[in-house]
Write a protein that binds this ligand. Structure first.
Ligand code: FES
Length: 161
């Protein structure tokens, strides 16, 4: 969506119109756009700004504050590593570091082949199974550093790599 076409603009406008009667529509609009396109680049934020009258600065602030919104396209597999307190004390930092080492990207980044994004998350409400990792919604409980390679391989296998 780097160069948004006419149909893309129409879709964004349609999403904005869905919430025209809401007092605070921004989160709903951005959630729908994120779900539809997988990310919310500046160009799209400008369209939302024109439609809603909310400044681009305010929209940008919201997009960058919440980790489920993204400025860049995410990978096919989004690896969410919880770094909340319960997970952190059980070694979550070492786990996210291991994903980074194996995939060669930092948290927040996507591999060059577009397959994996690593996201650092705040508590995802699964402290009982800390340290918790999710990949496209599938939860990996009580992760260990040793399991990281195996988990990555599981997805590479799916891709025939
Ligand atoms: S701190 Fe990780 S699930 Fe709560």
């Amino acid at each position: 969506m780097a160069h948004i076409n006419e149909a893309g603009v129409k879709k964004i406008v349609e999403i904005c119109d869905r919430y025209a009667n809401e007092k605070t529509p921004l989160m709903m609009i951005l959630s729908d756009i994120q779900n539809e396109y997988g990310y919310i680049p500046l160009e799209v934020q400008q369209i939302v700004s024109e439609k809603t009258g909310i400044s681009v600065a305010d929209i940008y602030g919201v997009v960058t504050f919440y980790s489920f919104f993204s400025l860049e396209p995410k990978g096919k597999y989004v690896i969410g590593c919880c770094l909340g307190t319960a997970c952190y004390v059980k070694g979550a930092q070492q786990i996210i570091d291991k994903f980074s080492e194996i995939l060669g990207v930092k948290p927040g980044e996507t591999t060059a082949d577009g397959l994996f994004t690593i996201d650092a998350l705040r508590c995802i409400g699964a402290c009982g199974i800390a340290p918790a990792v999710t990949i496209n919604g599938k939860v990996y409980p009580k992760m260990t550093v040793d399991q990281v390679g195996q988990v990555v391989q599981e997805y590479l296998d799916k891709e025939g790599k």
